[in-house]
Design a protein around this ligand. Sequence first.
Ligand SMILES: Cc1cc2nc3c(=O)[nH]c(=O)nc-3n(C[C@H](O)[C@H](O)[C@H](O)COP(=O)(O)OP(=O)(O)OC[C@H]3O[C@@H](n4cnc5c(N)ncnc54)[C@H](O)[C@@H]3O)c2cc1C
Length: 415
Amino acid sequence: MAGVAAARALSRSGLSVAIVEGRDRVGGRVYSVRDFCGAPVEGGAEFVHTNDAEIWPEIRDAHLAVRACPLTRNSMFNLGGRTLWLPWILLHPAVWPSFAILRQIRRVGPDDMSARTFIERHGFRGRARVMAEMTLTAHLPGSIDEVGVRGLIEDRVLNLETGSYHRLASGYDTLIAHMSRGLDIRFGFTVETIRWAADGVHVSANDGRGLSARAAISTLPFGVLKAGRVQFTPELPESKRAAFTRIEAGPVSKVLLQFAEPFWPRWLSNLGCGTGPATLYWPVFYGAEDQPAALTAYCTGPRALRLSKLSEGEAVDVVLADLQRLFPKSNPRQALIRARRIDWGNDPLAHGGYTFLRPGGCGARTQLAAADTGALLWAGSATATSTIADTVQAAYTSGLRAADEAQRFLGALQN
Ligand SMILES: Cc1cc2nc3c(=O)[nH]c(=O)nc-3n(C[C@H](O)[C@H](O)[C@H](O)COP(=O)(O)OP(=O)(O)OC[C@H]3O[C@@H](n4cnc5c(N)ncnc54)[C@H](O)[C@@H]3O)c2cc1C
């Protein structure tokens, strides 16, 4: 999304632009799986978060149909005992102490702390602690030791708890396909080195191909950068390398499951798990008529890491056993038609699902985005600061910002 948004803006302004892409498809972490159950199922990004997401005008422009998904309204939770609708969970006095968490978090002063320290300082215990851990880490691919509390505010992550959710009925990738129409995209071009200077950039691929330009925008996923998969010459400045230590790209995986028939309540939109191998489950076609009975198991951080160590068959087995625990009267194993795992942590062109800020990480996204490497500029969802961090809309806004910077840079070169 970041690359396509930037390239399209620059092409429209009359510049000659090429995108180099390691895969044989557009979309990156927007990946609509079309060979699973007859209708597109999202292997990567799934939801348009909030009613004011910056990508709504693009969705309207492409005339794409959307389905609303009231994640918070029709949610169930399992905090270790029975699986219950959210209102029943909230009636339980043991979880009441956790209600104040969103308020308490906004009061954290300039001294940042990990989610664990925050939980321990506020004395959350039992079910309240499970709720607190879920609130602070459910969307993030990190453990309570890794996630910084102030970063949750800076990244606007808590907006995910209250905002609206929508799915693109035709698959999220149709948006990217629409936006990338007519662009010059060189597929299978896996960048290995980037040589940057004040007046140009040269990128080299692993198959010997190369490309020079007066300017370039890196939209490499943060995980790829941090893993050192691309070599920069000269080395990146100290502030960028500092950002690498303050931001984390954590593992995220999805297990897609199709069943002969649903065994979950008809109106279930989302099931949050305080314990067990998956963080969340959701029916894929919520709000759509006559669609397959498909569930996504969504696993983040330590849970994704544990699942990653298993074969696909073993991971599916673990998830089926978990569903049996969550819905004891059902027989998920018998009802299963097919399953597939998508593991972003093990994907060499992603090296993680998305990012979060470590304790003390506030401001690191600005360092990452800074135009401090001559003709090489920076975009990608991890670099955005003006919207919910590391979402599709973050990638989009970062692409537009970097395109603007590139235009100014090239304009200055000419004068
Ligand atoms: C499982 C999952 C669920 C998510 N759910 C949501 C959601 O519901 N809503 C939401 O808004 N966001 C969600 N996200 C986050 C969202 O997908 C990303 O933030 C966004 O798509 C990133 O866009 P990008 O353009 O910055 O990076 P990418 O989409 O990763 O694009 C980077 C591109 O660079 C390519 N590349 C990598 N290395 C190289 C190389 N060496 N040479 C050449 N090309 C290379 C990749 O193949 C890729 O195409 C989710 C992410 C995951 C993994």
